[in-house]
Design a binder for this molecule. Sequence first.
Ligand code: NDP
Ligand code: MG
Length: 395
Amino acid sequence: MQTVTILGATGSIGCSTLDVILRHPADYRVFAITGNTQVEQLIKQAQKCTPRYVVLADDSHYVAACDYAKQYQVTAEILCGAKALEEVASAPEVDAVMAAIVGAAGLLPTLAAVKAGKKVLLANKEALVMSGALFIEAANQSGAELLPIDSEHNAIFQCLPSDFEYGQLQKSGISKILLTGSGGPFRERALSSFGNITIDEASTHPNWSMGRKITIDSATMMNKGLEFIEACWLFGASADDIDVVIHPQSIIHSMVQYVDGSVIAQLGNPDMRTPIAYGLAHPSRINAGVKPLDFSNMKDFSFHTPCFERYPNLKLAIDACRAGQAATTWLNAANEIAVSHFLKGNIEFCDIAYVNESTLNAMPVVDVTSIQQIVEQDELARVAAESVVKVKVAC
Ligand code: NDP
Ligand code: MG
C-alpha cells in the first residue's frame, strides 16, 4: 500500500492520476489532494478518494470549500496556503507525490517533496526548468526518486538500459535521445496566416487533452523546448545529446538511439494514464485503463525535423538551455506571462515568442546558486515580461 499526495488534483494530470489510483484501491491510499480555483471539483474528488487533507493554494476559497465539504459529507481537514502545500508534500506518512501543479507555482511544494526524499512523480516540468541543478542536487542529497511523468521523458526512461547512470550516455552506448513531438495544431498552417490564429484554435490539440497552459505551449512548441531542458536535467544529457523529431501521430512517445544502430522506442495511445501508472507502480506495471494499440488499424507513421521559423519558441528554449540556468528561469517566467496574456486576448499568438525573446534580451548577467535566487529571478523576469507586454499592447 502506497500513500500518495496529489499536488494539482483538479487539473488534467491530477484527474488522470486519481482515475488510475481509484482502479487499485488495495494498492494506493490518498493522503492529500490540492487545488486552486476548482473548489467544488476538489471536494467531489475528496468524496471519492477520502484523503486526510484537502489543500487550497490560498484562503480565498476556504469558505466555499467548507460549504461544499458539508454538502458532500467530506470530513477531510481543509488547509490553505503555501506552507500547507509543502507540508502535505513532505509529511512522513507520504510515500509518493504526484507533482502536477502547473507552472512556477509548483516549484516550492515539489521541492518540499524532493527534499523530504519522496518518490516524486514529476509532471510539473516548469519546476525543473526553473531550478535545474538545484532540483537535481536536492534529490541526490535526500535520496528522492524522480520518476518522469511527461510522456516523452517517461518513454526515454523506459528506453534506457537498466544500469543507466545519470549523465553517462556514452558509457551506456547512447548516441542520441530523440524527443518526439506532434508539431501541434499549426504544423501545416501557412506561416502567412499565423497572425490570425485565435485562442480557440491554439487551445485545440490534435492528439492530447491537457490543461490550458500546456495546450498553448504545445501550439507554440514551447512545450517541446521546456521538455528539451527537462530532458537535459532528468538524464544528465547535454543539448548536443538531444534531437527533436516531429511525429504527428503521437504514438511513439520518444526514442533512444544507440551506437550500434539500434533505436528503442516506447509506443502507446496518447493517454497520460500510461506514464502515470508507470510512475505509480514502478518497477511493476499496473492496469491504467488505457486501450492497447490496435496495429491492424494503425495509420502511417511520419517523422520530420522542426522548422524554427514556424516554432521560434523551440529555438529560444534550446538556446536558453545552452546559455544556462538564469536563461531557462527567465524564459519559463516570460512564457507564463506571455501565455496568460494570450489567453486573455491581450496579445496575439506570434507575440508569445516576441515577449519571450524580448524578456530574455533584458536579462542581467547573473549567477543563480540558491532557490531563493531562482525565485527572485523568476519575479524579475515576470516584471520584465509584463513591461514588454505593456509596450506591445500600447503599440
Ligand atoms: P491544469 O491546468 O489542467 O491543472 C493545473 C493544476 O494546478 C490544477 O489542479 C490547478 O488548480 C493547480 N494550480 C494552478 N495554479 C495554481 C497555483 N497558483 N497554486 C497551486 N495550484 C495551482 O494543468 P495540467 O494538468 O495539464 O498540467 C500540470 C503540469 O503537468 C504542468 O506542469 C504540465 O506542463 C505538466 N504536464 C501535463 C501534461 C498533460 O497531459 N496535461 C503532460 C505532461 C506534462 P485548479 O484547477 O483548482 O485551479
Ligand atoms: Mg510531454
